[in-house]
Design a protein around this ligand. Structure first.
Ligand code: NAD
Length: 493
């Protein structure tokens, strides 16, 4: 058992405001546990309206100076943060495994994706530029500039606590804004460590703040006059609430929601490769990924063969503690969520889907408290079934046969969600058709999980996204700045 030595300070999770660690004043709190061992990890006190107000006021004061600093100066703490993240990667990954339940390799991969965003934001001096036109009119030069706006907040989910805050934070501060993070209350410890590194990185006090809490803390941020804009990532019902409330308050808002993603397999695909990628797409991070492709539509002629390959691949997965070597699938975030996933499996059985592999009966020696569900594979899952329509967020695959790629695309596009989809094929024509017709934000061809690199925006359509500018890359520059025009005349020039 690995000691939680680095978490000594996290017995009680704290806020980071004005460069100091402070304990929120509210009596509400949540106790977080290691989802594999059941061990208590930390108490998360929820921030009150006053705590939020302190953080926003401090951030706004810091903005006055920060927004006027040269851009080269603003990115120096990000270079330092990148180095600190690299140096502390192993420790961060270990905390993440213990707090969330994923495997060490998944934790490292997640952190790598977060670091990528810090690297991209270091390019703000180029990315933030706008155009200038000499002689736009007689004697007149005209230019467009981007300006920071004030203090922004981000509210993030439990499933990628080491990465998703970094979809926002580096861009917000590099463009000259102040930033407040409200992470998930379910696994806040990696964020505590991240903020220890932020504390070392050399940001002026008040530029980057952390407030812990739940629903009320989120609403206090959304309602606060001192906040310019809100980024949200989480489930669709909450994304919609946050989007509407922030917009009603006149704020900029981007709200990423839940998903139900599809894989389409044609008869020309490399079936073994496709089966391996399908199982890893649906089951990595125990299925707790918004990009998990878990509805699998297979051309009839290869359906039986492909289903056998998927079952064999599912059988080969080792369920266990993410810190133990050889573990492929870790535990779900909580006992409550494990029950939700098991209820969905029961629903699938009652709806008449064919159970091809039942992952419910999973024992992991030494971790009897673990929130485990093994890879579960259903066949003959028709479009009307709940397990074909709703996000399960567990390692549950739903297979069905389709007569053609056209039929698969039609069924996929009928979903309320549009986060991600992948096609496995050997046909360029099918790939092109898929790219053109999929009503989806992140589209993969012969790729199991279409996760965009940090220099591209993170897509998401329909009920998977509310807003217009997405997370990561160029979109974040637009979200965190507004454009102004300078029109200059010098008649004697
Ligand atoms: P969640 O919606 O329960 O919580 C997300 C955040 O919202 C948390 O910080 C939480 O404290 C806060 N929150 C919860 N209830 C609230 C309420 N009533 N009012 C205001 N704030 C509230 O989501 P989760 O369970 O933490 O995360 C899983 C969900 O996130 C899944 O649906 C997953 O698909 C989605 N997700 C989407 C993306 C994406 O890019 N589209 C990425 C990761 C996760």
């Amino acid at each position: 058992m690995v000691e939680l030595d680095s978490l000594g300070k996290a017995d009680t999770v704290r806020n980071y405001v004005g460069g100091d660690w402070v304990t929120p004043e509210s009596d509400d709190e949540l106790v977080t546990t290691n989802p594999t061992t059941g061990e208590e990890l930390g108490r998360v006190p929820f921030s009150s309206t006053n705590d939020v107000d302190d953080a926003v006021r401090t951030a706004n004061e810091a903005f006055e100076d920060w927004s006027g600093r040269p851009v080269e100066e603003r990115i120096q703490p990000l270079f330092e943060l990148k180095s600190l993240l690299e140096e502390n990667l192993d420790e961060l990954a270990e905390i993440l495994v213990q707090d969330h339940g994923k495997t060490r390799a998944e934790a490292r991969g997640e952190l790598r994706r977060g670091i990528e965003n810090v690297e991209v934001a270091c390019g703000i001096p180029s990315m933030m530029q706008s155009g200038t036109l000499l002689n736009a009119a007689p004697e007149i030069d005209e230019s467009a500039v981007r300006k920071p706006l004030g203090t922004f907040a981000a509210i993030t989910p439990f499933n990628f606590p080491g990465m998703i805050p970094l979809w926002f934070l580096p861009y917000a501060v590099a463009t000259g804004n102040s930033f407040i993070l409200k992470p998930s209350e379910q696994d806040p410890l990696v964020t505590q460590k991240l903020f220890e590194l932020i504390d070392e990185a050399g940001f002026p006090d008040g530029v980057v703040q952390l407030v812990n809490g739940g629903k009320d803390t989120v609403n206090d941020l959304i309602d606060h006059d001192g906040i310019e804009g809100i980024s949200f990532v989480g489930s669709t019902p909450i994304a919609k609430l946050v989007y509407e409330r922030a917009a009603a308050n006149g704020k900029r808002v981007q709200a990423q929601g839940g998903a139900k993603n599809h894989i389409v397999v044609t008869e020309t695909a490399d079936l073994e490769f496709a089966a391996e990628k399908t199982v890893s797409s649906a089951c990595a991070c125990a299925g707790e990924r918004c990009l998990a492709n878990d509805v699998v539509l297979v051309e009839e002629s290869v359906y039986d063969e492909f289903a056998d390959l998927v079952v064999a691949e599912a059988e080969a997965q080792t369920v266990g503690y993410g810190l133990d070597d050889g573990t492929d699938i870790g535990s779900l975030i909580s006992e409550e969520h494990e029950t939700t996933v098991r209820n969905y499996i029961q629903t699938g059985i009652e709806e008449g889907a064919t159970m091809l592999r039942d992952g419910r009966d999973v024992d992991v020696d030494g971790y009897e408290e673990g929130n485990f569900v093994g890879p579960t594979v259903f066949g003959d899952v028709t479009e009307d079934m709940v397990i074909s329509q709703e996000e399960i967020f567990g390692p549950v695959l739903a297979l069905d046969a389709v007569e053609s790629v056209d039929a698969a695309i039609e069924r996929m596009n009928a979903s309320q969600f549009g986060n991600a989809a992948s096609l496995f094929t050997g046909s360029g024509a099918d790939a092109q058709k898929f790219r053109h017709q999929a009503e989806i934000g992140n589209i993969g061809v012969n790729v199991g999980t279409s996760a965009p690199m940090a220099f591209f925006h993170f897509g998401g359509w329909k009920d998977s996204f509310f807003g217009d500018l997405h997370a990561q890359g160029e979109d974040m520059i637009q979200f965190y700045t507004d454009k102004a025009i300078y029109i200059e005349r010098w008649p004697d020039a």
